[in-house]
Design a protein around this ligand. Structure first.
Ligand code: SF4
Length: 366
């Protein structure tokens, strides 16, 4: 038996014994596998499971997803982050209806042509749903392969990506690609952990170069960390009677098409008094008359992949509705739960629900 087939057979036997029972592993429906793969990008299984269940209960097939409103799709994604995933799912469902007559494409090229589907996801769907011989390479697979062969080429370089893709293809068990791919990913998730891998019970320890040299944690190698940029969001939650003002983000940076309160972004953290001195505040609130602070400011630091958002929510009411707010959506506050907001705003709602704000109204000048 060659080394490669020994790796595959040990891996597959280990998987049969240790795999987690997950709903998307009990099906070969490409639609459900696709949804699960997109949910699980950047999301832990424990958190993704509920979202997956709710999503496929509401949108059980391509046509129901394609027929839905984007707002509703985003609502089902609310709190999961990386909202472009939901927008792409929705767009791809419509693409399947228009280009594939509503039938999920059955070839790698067809699957790969869908919006938001990259090499990894296409290989996962092609192998799990259709048994096609395509190797998956996700973070778990990078880690296992890098350790198994002590590969020190950085995984975040073009050269590394090419090398690992070729290595994964070479090792793939072409007779059972679905089983093999899932087994390799599961080994990375349960055994070959980023810190303190459990080499003792690992089915691949017999062949693992990194484990043999006692340097498992040194792999995989990464070239460089990306810079995390701070941003400062000053939200104005302006109450006008029972209503408040929101708008839909159209910026291409983060949270596109999600809703948010009136936002003034600044270069640094500002007190409310300092915010009032900014041009943006003056332009927005001109004509507001007296401004009354309803709750103390709510502050929250929110970490995204390449940004840290320092947010402050100012809950206010004004003597008059400033004309600039006519450009915003005026909605009854009790209807806010019907709109999809980013998780950051969810923390503000949670604080409100938990009654974390005392209510000493204070007045700020005109
Ligand atoms: S022996 Fe250890 S380092 Fe090597 S693949 Fe198994 S768990 Fe990972």
């Amino acid at each position: 038996m060659s080394d490669n087939s020994k790796i595959a057979s040990r891996l597959e036997a280990w998987f049969e014994q240790h795999k987690r029972r997950l709903p998307w592993r009990e099906t070969t429906d490409p639609y459900r596998i696709w949804i699960s793969e997109i949910v699980l990008q950047q999301t832990r299984v424990a958190q993704g499971l509920d979202y997956y269940r709710r999503f496929v209960a509401r949108f059980p097939d391509v046509r129901s997803l394609a027929a839905a409103d984007e707002d509703e799709v985003l609502k089902y994604w609310e709190g999961l982050g990386y909202y472009s995933r939901a927008r792409n799912l929705h767009a791809a469902a419509r693409q399947i209806v228009s280009d594939f007559d509503g039938c999920f494409p059955e070839t790698y090229a067809g699957i790969r042509s869908l919006k938001g589907v990259g090499d990894y996801t296409a290989a996962a769907i092609a192998s799990f749903a259709f048994g096609l011989p395509h190797a998956v390479v996700d973070g778990n697979v990078y880690r296992v392969l890098a350790r198994l062969f002590a590969v020190d080429t950085p995984i975040d370089t073009a050269e590394g990506k090419k090398l690992f893709a070729a290595l994964a293809e070479e090792l793939l068990d072409r007779r059972a690609p679905a089983l093999y791919n899932q087994a390799l990913m599961e080994l990375g998730a349960l055994q070959c952990l980023p810190r303190a891998p459990l080499c003792g019970g690992c089915p691949l320890a017999f062949r693992c170069e990194a484990a043999a040299s006692g340097k498992a944690e040194a792999f995989p190698v990464k070239q460089g960390k990306s810079v995390v940029r701070p941003r400062y969001f000053n939200y104005l939650v302006i109450h006008a009677g029972e209503d408040t003002f929101i708008h839909r983000r159209s910026e291409r940076d983060i949270w596109r098409n999600l809703y948010e309160f009136v936002l003034i972004e600044s270069d640094g953290e500002l007190s409310f008094e300092a915010l009032q001195q900014t041009e943006a505040y003056r332009a927005l609130m001109s004509g507001a008359g007296q401004v009354m602070y309803l709750y103390p400011p709510f502050k929250r630091r929110h970490v995204l992949s390449h940004r840290i958002i320092h947010a402050t929510f100012h809950t206010l009411t004004t003597e008059h509705v400033p004309p600039a707010l006519l450009a915003y959506l005026r909605v009854p506050r009790k209807e806010l739960p019907h709109y999809a907001f980013a998780r950051l705003t969810g923390f503000y709602f949670e604080a409100l629900r938990k009654g974390l704000f005392p209510e000493p109204p204070s007045l700020f000048g005109r």
